[in-house]
Design a protein around this ligand. Structure first.
Ligand code: CP3
Length: 351
């Protein structure tokens, strides 16, 4: 039975089972768009906030309380594992991850030793345990990791990039080194996901945010095998996995075969077409353009209804934005969006 005491709609939709209502959560739902986040966070470094389990748990809970979303996403970051093994990476406010000495040669592999979760990231498992104790079981906690390509892009470029020129040139010029780097990062991501699930996370998301920079040929040759390995490495845990990237329209078919039960899509491809490209046995997550949330409510509502209609019918749709919440978003709009999806979403809803 579904309903107020039944199973979690988010997990049911991930498994393409019938749901009581279409589940919804937002990437980057915790963050600068929330006044309570800005108050609780202060001006310290984000990595320091992540390393305080009580604070990380509180920041994770804030959007759950305010919006009534169907999933919580752990307050953490994709660079936590590489930071924890001492690669030398930080997060610059307003810019993102920055590396003082970028990855250049085979000698740099030494800076990526395996992750020992109990010793290296005890605060992450501690935050997960606090959250699992606090959350309503119908609101599962999503753990996450960066996919090897996206993490590699920061390590090699030294920061955010527009062209990914250095990453692409390394993968083509030195495929052996590239594959050794991807292997190390796959081990780190896999260990990080496993630790979160063993502590109680009920689902995982693998963020390959920047994979859309690649041609499908390069994606299949240089990235997909490693992504597959990460997902296969957590398959025995029995929790749903979401694979997400931005600008992946041409990659969706390949991503659908990566071994994730759910593929997250951005707004560039309508979700019905995205579903066709991903294939029949995979659920979809998305895909309202986050910038639309800055428009008047009538526009937001019409665009959200369009997503719901296109996804309607077949089970296996999780409503989300096509990428993270923009900091200037009015939290009232996101709250109203959750209500609209719950009231009007039809994909896989038990009549
Ligand atoms: O609510 C949530 O979604 C959970 C928290 C979360 C953060 N980072 C916290 C954070 C998640 C899921 C991430 C993942 C992440 N981090 C990704 C993949 C998702 C995506 O956006 O594609 C990437 C590429 C990163 C790397 C990163 N960390 C970036 C690009 C930034 C933004 C820089 C900025 O200031 O705009 C960060 C910092 C960061 N991670 C912030 C938050 C809330 C903002 C800075 C802060 O509050 O100090």
């Amino acid at each position: 039975m579904s309903g107020p005491t039944g199973p979690a709609p988010f997990l049911q939709a991930c498994r393409r089972q019938p749901v009581a209502h279409v589940p919804v959560w937002f990437m980057r739902q915790a963050g600068r768009s929330l006044p309570e986040y800005r108050r609780a966070r202060g001006n310290g470094s984000i990595l320091a906030a992540i390393a305080e389990p009580e604070l990380a748990a509180e920041l994770t809970m804030q959007p759950v309380r305010r919006y009534g979303v169907d999933a919580a996403v752990l307050f953490s970051d994709i660079i936590v594992p590489v930071h924890a093994v001492g690669f030398g990476i930080d997060v610059e406010p307003g810019r993102g991850p920055v590396v003082e000495a970028p990855f250049r040669s085979v000698d740099d592999l030494r800076r990526l030793r395996p992750l020992e979760p109990e010793a290296d990231v005890p605060y992450v498992t501690e935050a997960v345990k606090l959250l699992v104790a606090e959350l309503d079981p119908r609101v599962p906690l999503i753990g996450f990791a960066g996919a090897p390509f996206t993490v590699a892009s920061y390590l090699i470029e030294g920061g955010p990039s527009r062209t990914f020129a250095r990453v692409k040139s390394l993968m083509h010029a030195d495929p052996g080194l590239w594959s050794a780097l991807m292997d190390r990062l796959a081990d780190l991501s896999g260990a990080f996901l496993r630790a979160q699930v063993e502590a109680g996370a009920a689902a995982v998301q693998l963020f390959d945010s920047w994979a859309g920079a690649l041609s499908v040929t390069d994606y299949e040759r240089f990235v997909l095998p490693t992504t597959r390995r990460v997902l296969a490495g957590v398959a025995d845990l029995g929790v749903p996995a979401v694979l997400f990237g931005v600008g992946t329209g041409e990659l969706l078919g390949a991503m659908g075969g990566a071994g994730a039960g759910v593929v997250g899509v951005d707004w560039r491809v309508p979700i019905d077409e995205a579903r066709r490209r991903i294939g029949p046995d995979v659920a979809v997550q998305g895909n309202l353009d986050p910038a639309v949330c800055l428009a008047p409510w009538e526009v937001v509502a019409a665009e959200a209804r369009d997503v719901l209609e296109r996804a309607g019918g077949a089970p296996g749709h999780i409503f989300n934005l096509g990428h993270g919440v923009l900091p200037e978003t009015d939290p009232g709009v996101l709250g109203a969006l959750v209500d609209l999806v719950h009231a009007e979403g039809r994909a896989g809803v038990v009549p």
